[in-house]
Design a protein around this ligand. Structure first.
Ligand SMILES: Cc1cc2nc3c(=O)[nH]c(=O)nc-3n(C[C@H](O)[C@H](O)[C@H](O)COP(=O)(O)O)c2cc1C
Length: 177
């Protein structure tokens, strides 16, 4: 698939079949996500891939009903977390720019988008979910205190082919001076 076609046809999918995603596929997609650029190559994004029934249930229980419904049957819930106070910071711990921790999340977003595009290219669908109970997810996955869970990405085989939600006109978001 051409890069632009992949970018343009990736969609957030909210219906999945229960067909599993193999361990080798998860490893490949996370490896490809690691090609994303990061602040000073700090690479602070971490992935916890949940495929086991019991833990899947615990993660789902931390999500609001609509996200539980949207990710129902998805065989993989990928918790994407970020190591804090590295990206955007100096070695002495001071923030390099006024955006401070913002670059942690910038890097995480670029990495997640790269994952979603790699998954799309591999014939898999994704849904990024930002709304969940952070403490419940932290406990269920035993995440270290040095990381903050940022999004949960549902991933699997699509059972739906949604239309693209309308984008703003480019003139509205672009200034050329
Ligand atoms: C940071 C972030 C958080 C999101 N959280 C949710 C969510 O909790 N639930 C949901 O259904 N969609 C969520 N989405 C998906 C967006 O609604 C979706 O990307 C947007 O409507 C554009 O649709 P598209 O991805 O098909 O282009 C999230 C997307 C991003 C980038």
């Amino acid at each position: 698939m051409e890069a632009v076609e992949c970018i343009a046809t990736r969609r957030s999918v909210r219906r999945y079949t229960d067909q599993p995603v193999e361990k080798e596929t998860i490893e490949k997609l996370v490896h490809e996500a690691q090609y994303a650029p990061t602040w000073k190559n700090s690479q602070t994004t971490r992935f916890t891939a949940v495929t086991g029934k019991a833990v899947l249930e615990q993660v789902r229980a931390a999500m609001p009903d609509y996200n539980q419904r949207s990710s129902e049957n998805a065989p993989l819930l990928l918790c994407v977390s970020a190591v804090t106070h590295r990206s955007g910071y100096e070695r002495d711990g001071s923030a390099t720019t006024p955006l401070g921790e913002g670059y942690t999340f910038f890097d995480c977003g670029a990495t997640v988008q790269t994952f979603c595009l790699a998954a799309h290219e591999a014939g898999l669908a994704t849904l990024i979910m930002g709304i969940f109970d952070v403490d419940k997810v932290r406990t269920a996955l035993n995440l270290p205190e040095s990381e903050v869970p940022v999004v949960i990405v549902a991933c699997g085989h699509a059972a739906d082919a949604p239309q693209m939600p309308k984008r703003r006109a480019t003139e509205e978001v672009l200034r050329i001076l």
